[in-house]
Ligand binder design. Sequence first.
Ligand code: HEM
Ligand SMILES: *[C@@H]1O[C@H](CO)[C@@H](O)[C@H](O)[C@H]1NC(C)=O
Ligand SMILES: *[C@@H]1O[C@H](CO)[C@@H](O)[C@H](O)[C@H]1NC(C)=O
Length: 494
Amino acid sequence: MELLGMTTIFLLVCISCLLLFATWRSISQNQKQPPGPIALPIIGNLLHLDPWNLPESLKKLSGKYGPVFTVHLGPKKAVVLYGYDVVKEALIDQADDFSGRGILPLFRKLFQGSGIVTSNGETWKQLRRFALTTLRDFGMGKKSIEERIQEEAHFLVERIRNTHEQPFNPGAFLIHAVSNIICSVVFGDRFDYGDKKFLTLIELLEENNRLQNSVQPQLYNFFPTLMDYLPGPHQKLIKNIAKVDQFTFDIVAEHQKTLDPTCPRDFIDAFLNKMEQEKGNSHSEFTLETLNRTTLDLFLAGTGTTSTTLRHGLLILLKYPEIVEKIQKEIDCVVGRNRSPCMADRSQMPYTDAVVHEIQRYIDFLPLNVPHSVIKDTKFRDYFIPKDTLIFPMLSSVLHDSKEFPNPEKFDPGHFLNANGTFKKSDYFMPFSAGKRICAGKGLARMEIFIFLTSILQNFTLKPVMDHKDIDITPLVSSLANIPRPYEVSFVPR
Ligand code: HEM
Ligand SMILES: *[C@@H]1O[C@H](CO)[C@@H](O)[C@H](O)[C@H]1NC(C)=O
Ligand SMILES: *[C@@H]1O[C@H](CO)[C@@H](O)[C@H](O)[C@H]1NC(C)=O
């Protein structure tokens, strides 16, 4: 009894101290920092945040604390920007201040070192500029990127034709096609769909997509040191990425052996040439290490994103045959049946363009964006945000804004159409984010989505295995990335 009493008192004292400490910390640091729920030491705001559904938790908090608020992921402080106005003010009007990359512990673990996605400062500036120009120039070499995509679309369509209307999950076909585009641009060649090494690589990526959405990787971002010791899917994830690393390193090594500086075949060759140019410069950002990481970054950033968007897009189209019919009418009218769709067709296909935009808006693939940070002490609105604070400019709050997109939870191509049927542009269309960190593969991704989808619908009509009205197009797990529910479809030749 006595002992129990002592323990209770001891615990109460402890809890009071913790609460006091937490309050003291938030007051003492508060030179008007953004408001937010009181954080406990160590666990931060874990009690206010559902690791299974961060976007929803943050939406609730924004209802209470407004468009700029503070949350603690474990001990780490982050500022959330919720709604178009603040996201735009930060990423566009104060672009420089907010151009830092905030690195969550899981990211640090997976992408050690510096490619484009996770680097900052001069390294980031130079690697990003180089990647953008090199990707743009890839008329360098024999084929333009657009031609590569058309060629891949052709392989994809033939592969689908060989399924003879049997229903199947199209995920693997899409990921093969999409990653082949990156392979072609970065590694110099596509892989045959039956290639053993390629299949192993893709399997790793697919497994990672599944693993990423389990709860442990989210918890890793709260408690990295602890999670390092615990078994679970996050450990498998870390191992898998190391294998993908090895795959890209091998390709880099192969390129070093076979490089002909006068005739760069691909991104890696261009990078090797750049390294040679900068050989005298001991501060050069172009090194074997940054080459390895940049190659891996492009591969990882370019594959899962685009293929998941296509997979989710096809599910949505499967639910709405009347939308497919309208797209097919446009295809028949503008492209016909005898040549591949190309980007020049898009301006004459406002309905299709609207559907593609609406797919990206609706699926809201990266609801939290990829975290940013402020690169210096920053004044934002009336608040003070200290250098290096983690920032979440939430894309879902922009893509689901109900003033711009009435009924934002509904899939409606009308969100991107004028009353007279022309395409309606929107500043709120930010699936690739905005400002200085805007997706470096945006142009490539949009080309792929447009050409792959129109090539498929030029050749096939989609047939579901269940009633249209039973198809659930809402995302399966709403955490760092939104993914579609598993489904099967049969492709009926037109
Ligand atoms: C539908 C497909 C895609 C979506 C939705 C998407 C979305 C995004 C988003 C939201 C970011 C973070 C932007 C920010 O920090 O503000 C990003 C960054 C990035 N993406 Fe994409 N992306 C897609 C496809 C691609 C492709 C195909 C590539 C490959 C070339 C790529 C390469 C990158 C890179 C390198 C970054 C880092 C940029 C930086 O930190 O400066 N992405 N992407
Ligand atoms: C980069 O890849 C090359 C080629 O495989 C390898 O030899 C080298 O050790 C890697 N370097 C770093 C720093 O990761
Ligand atoms: C269609 O409507 C939009 C805005 O409502 C307008 O800007 C555009 O000029 C119109 N186009 C035609 C062809 O009528």
